[in-house]
Design a protein around this ligand. Structure first.
Ligand code: HAM
Length: 404
């Protein structure tokens, strides 16, 4: 029996890498004053049908449950967030700055950087309409990636403004019911030959390509870029109007993070979705919102090809495996005494292991008749000393915190 296509087993080393990614995500998001939350992994299919747009609906892992409900494994978090915030917003001071780490499911064709399950960090700000929130969010995305030891040489955040395109479509007198299809074609245009995009755009093709070639601008984009430069992040960002994002709910500034070589798929993506809370609450609550999600799959690939980032990850992963102490039971008749010592060390918060069966004492230890004292050896320096049982915990702690 094998895993289903697009699903992964996480052996201990994989889990250690995953935990390193989660720990870094959590640390940087918390550093920006975001608080953690989560939602259910199973939702009514309707939530995505209404809100995520056709691309995601085609990729749903959905089924009818035993209570005849149409349900879907979550493909993304944003509709859930909008629902939760609409229902609970009174209890919170605005703006809300929320982050979440969880697993998501999309029935996609398995390929490099795309699986059928992946983990995402989601960071969202709700209740703030001004561009300073867009700036803060892009800065957070940059700093999360920097947290992995990645630099401006390794990745870039491409920023665009969907508002720019909707104004363009208005000017071109495209009826709103056709907007979604055109935005999707623009979104895909970077990964497709121009002829294919031209067919999708029809009579609009020349005008759209003129924007691509001339580089579009919007006042909002200029403001956001200037503020990011002022924060010293100019090297990490650039304007690219070809980004519009595939999801239906975006309304304003949108962005995606890519590796500089352009070989990998997007590492992260997000933007403003000022109408989603209102739509989900049927008009009861209106709240501007913006956010992004970063996936673990492409990020993991990028870390592997950037030596500095690989080194940082392996250092952290190695540290997860480290024990603080290993208890060698030199004489079997002392096993129960030894276990009480194991217990004490563990209770004091240390990571301690020992062998279940009788084990040969390694040669490097001089095991004698120390008991009731204990021989303690620092494996880093090789120094061995005898300590009393009562002082063991404090001596091991002092040793662990001492500089070598
Ligand atoms: P998204 O662009 O669909 O946005 O996904 C965000 C990131 O998740 C992608 O850039 C990619 O790294 C990762 N990802 C998505 N699908 C897969 C997959 N099948 N396999 C591996 N990785 C994947 C959203 O999900 C929005 N809800 C983000 C957002 C939050 N917008 C506002 N707030």
């Amino acid at each position: 029996m094998q895993t289903l296509p697009g699903f992964r087993d996480f052996l201990p080393a994989d889990c250690a890498s995953r935990n390193y990614i989660f720990d870094t995500w959590r640390k940087v998001a918390r550093g920006y004053g975001f608080v953690e939350w989560d939602g259910p992994v199973l939702e009514p299919t309707e939530l995505y049908r209404k809100k995520s747009g056709p691309e995601i609906v085609d990729q749903l892992f959905n089924f009818v449950d035993k209570g005849e409900r149409e349900v879907a494994m979550r493909p993304e978090l944003t509709p859930t967030l909008a629902r939760v915030v609409a229902a609970n917003e009174r209890g919170f001071k605005k703006p809300l700055k929320w982050f979440s780490i969880g697993q998501f499911f999309r029935y996609e064709k398995q390929q490099r950087g795309r699986l059928r399950e992946h983990f995402q960090l989601n960071c969202d700000i709700l209740g703030e309409a001004g561009p300073s929130a867009d700036v803060e969010l892009v800065a957070l995305c940059v700093d999360v990636l920097r947290g992995f030891g990645l630099t401006e040489k390794d990745f870039v955040v491409r920023i665009s403004d969907r508002g720019f395109w909707t104004e363009f479509l208005e000017q071109q007198q495209v009826p709103p019911e056709n907007w979604q299809a055109i935005l999707q074609a623009i979104d895909k245009s970077e990964r497709e030959p121009r002829e294919k995009t031209a067919v999708k755009l029809g009579p609009l093709a020349d005008a759209v390509f003129a924007v691509f070639d001339g580089g579009g601008r919007s006042q909002r984009l200029d403001e956001v870029m200037a503020a990011l430069r002022a924060r010293g992040l100019g090297e990490f960002v650039e304007v690219d109007v070809q980004i519009v994002r595939g999801l239906a709910y975006y309304t304003g500034v949108v962005f995606e993070a890519f590796d500089r070589t352009g070989k990998l798929r997007a590492i992260a993506g997000g933007g403003r979705y000022d109408n989603l809370v209102q739509q989900l609450s049927e008009g009861a609550v209106s709240m501007p919102a913006l956010g992004f999600a970063m996936g673990d799959v492409v990020l993991g690939e990028l870390i592997k090809i950037v030596p500095g980032a690989t080194e940082k990850m392996s250092g952290a992963v190695k540290a997860y495996g480290n024990l603080d102490a290993f208890i060698i039971i030199a004489k079997e008749e002392r096993r129960l005494d030894a276990l009480s010592i194991v217990q004490r060390l563990r209770e004091s918060g240390m990571r301690v292991d020992y062998s279940f069966g009788a084990a040969k004492v390694p040669k490097q230890f001089q095991a004698g008749d120390e008991w009731p004292q204990i021989a303690m050896k620092d494996l880093r320096s090789g120094k061995q000393e005898l300590v009393g049982q009562d002082e063991l915990v404090s001596r091991v702690k002092a040793l662990l915190s001492a500089e070598l």
